[in-house]
Design a protein around this ligand. Sequence first.
Ligand SMILES: CC(C)(COP(=O)(O)OP(=O)(O)OC[C@H]1O[C@@H](n2cnc3c(N)ncnc32)[C@H](O)[C@@H]1OP(=O)(O)O)[C@@H](O)C(=O)NCCC(=O)NCCS
Length: 196
Amino acid sequence: MTTLFGRRVLLRPLTVSDFEQWQEVRRRNVDWLTKWEPIRIAGQPDVVEDRDAFAVRCSARQRERQLGTGYGFGIFAEGDFAGEINLSSVQRGPFQSSYVGYWIDEKQAGNGYVPEALIVLVRYAFEELRLHRVQIAIIPRNAASRRVVEKLDLRSEGVAERYLEINGVWEDHVRYAITAEEWEARAEELLGAWVD
Ligand SMILES: CC(C)(COP(=O)(O)OP(=O)(O)OC[C@H]1O[C@@H](n2cnc3c(N)ncnc32)[C@H](O)[C@@H]1OP(=O)(O)O)[C@@H](O)C(=O)NCCC(=O)NCCS
């Protein structure tokens, strides 16, 4: 199992044995998270309330890792499950790109765990997966998430209108990106500030 280490956070794929902790955090954070996430598709089992559905989710993520199309990780902070961060839609060929999504338990917010996890994941994307581009899309009014990319000084590529359907609405997103060239130039600075 791939385990990635930051200064305070540990990233590893979730397994079915994480269900109880994951469920407790997800149940407690409904209001905190729903406004920033896609709506569950009608008819799909509720992964928060159904252990078997969570197991299927874990297997699907494992399959994505095997196929090289996605890399999902739980964020563990000081030993506790705290949130998730994922590389998704990995595209090879001339694009060599992936998108990052993340969330953290409201109780753990404000500790800089997500920017730290993001740098750990970006390092993995460039140095292990050998991708060329990592992208993050954020709804303009999501000030907390924009702070994450701003404090890492990731480059904004402008606003994509009606880009993703979030909580039932096609929302504009600010698109941020970092490429392998930028990582090479900034790795020492970013790892020194957040990881090593
Ligand atoms: C966005 C998010 C992942 C940031 O994670 P984090 O680990 O708290 O990141 P940071 O500690 O660097 O905090 C980032 C900013 O959040 C804000 N913040 C801090 N604590 C907060 C709290 N308890 N409640 C709300 N916002 C808070 C601050 O503006 C902070 O910036 P600052 O450090 O300059 O003060 C987290 O707020 C979250 O999970 N939000 C809900 C889901 C979401 O928006 N996901 C991203 C979708 S693109």
